[in-house]
Design a protein. Sequence first.
Length: 136
Amino acid sequence: MNNASVPVRRRAAGGMSFGFSDGALAPVELLPWQFQVISRAILPARALALAVLEQAVADVKDQRFARTRRGQRLYWEAHQWITTSDREWPYSFANLCAVLGLDVDSVRRCVLDSTASSGPPAAESQHQRPAVGKAA
């Protein structure tokens, strides 16, 4: 291939290259308020940690009076995960609270106290038969 036959693009006299002015190709400034919005985005690892914690709290709350084995297993696994103080496993309760900036003992107490004080759901108590005495 002959180099003489390849057209060479030259910068035009007005600071233009490839049809754009040099100012149009310069990076756009990022204003402080725009940076704050960007910095508040949840990183994927943080979102996963939050989702794991939310699921455990939901399992402890919703499956406390489960009648199925699956529900009971979900409750006890979540309860055990919350009450364990293990810090060796990256996704332990204590490590996830630390990543999310939460106090471990406060979260643990809040989750477990709210479930201990609540009784069985009202829908289950409606299915009980009323006590009927003997007709006089």
